[in-house]
Design a binder for this molecule. Structure first.
Ligand code: DGL
Length: 216
């Protein structure tokens, strides 16, 4: 049995932790979030680091042998620094720019993510490397994580932002924040017939299994 830590600022990671628990029923999943500081997506990188570092360390101290950073905001801004500092393997989650650009027929994709993910160097690199010939729309999702965290999802706000991306021709909608996994069905229902929705839970579980095989 392996002890697997899963971290996010809030409820987004709970979705991922539940999927990991289902995929790896023999292992122990320890989920930890940072209710005090959620949402991370509108904070500075320094603030996010100060908030997440002790919580991630507590997973190491509690004996987790691998930790899934179930947070695009932390992964895209801080994963290299955290990997330098943390003694156990870290599995990150970042927006699926590569697969979305690869399958898009219209050549237009939409990435739904927090402001801090969208401003990260890593995200810019992903776009340069994998979407140089693709138009990438970044709808304003700055209030989505809070809405989801507080269970106050306003369907009309989500619909309006998605309709704008559909009008611009997006045929792939990337969920680049784990909080949005909770409203995946709503998003699918809004864009049905016009666009597909992508989120990285399955690829992350595959990556986690690879890491477990290699490292443990
Ligand atoms: N769930 C996180 C992400 O994947 C962060 C949301 C937030 O705290 O703003 O980016």
């Amino acid at each position: 049995m392996t002890k697997i830590g899963v971290f996010d600022s809030g409820v987004g990671g709970e979705f991922v932790a539940a999927a990991i628990a289902k995929a790896l029923p023999e292992d122990e999943i320890v989920y930890r979030e940072d209710r005090k500081n959620v949402p991370y997506g509108n904070k500075t990188i320094a603030e996010i680091y100060a908030a997440c570092r002790p919580v991630i360390q507590s997973l190491v101290d509690d004996g987790c042998q691998v930790i899934v950073i179930a947070c695009n905001t932390v992964t895209t801004n801080l994963i290299d620094k955290l990997r330098d500092e943390i003694t156990v393997p870290l599995v990150g989650m970042e927006p699926m720019v590569k697969p979305a650009a690869a399958v898009s027929k219209s050549g237009v994709i939409a990435v739904c993510a927090t402001p801090r993910t969208l401003s990260s160097l890593r995200y810019k690199q992903l776009k340069q490397q994998y979407a140089a010939h693709t138009t990438v729309i970044e709808p304003d999702c700055s209030d989505w994580a809070s809405m989801i965290e507080n269970n106050e999802v306003d369907r009309s706000v989500i619909k309006q932002r998605l309709d704008e991306t559909l009008q611009k021709g997006a045929d792939q909608i990337v969920l680049g924040c784990t909080h949005y996994h909770w409203i995946e069905e709503l998003i699918v229902s809004i864009v049905a017939g016009k666009a597909s929705v992508m989120q990285p839970t399955d690829p992350v579980i595959k990556q986690l299994k690879r890491v477990l095989e290699q490292q443990l």
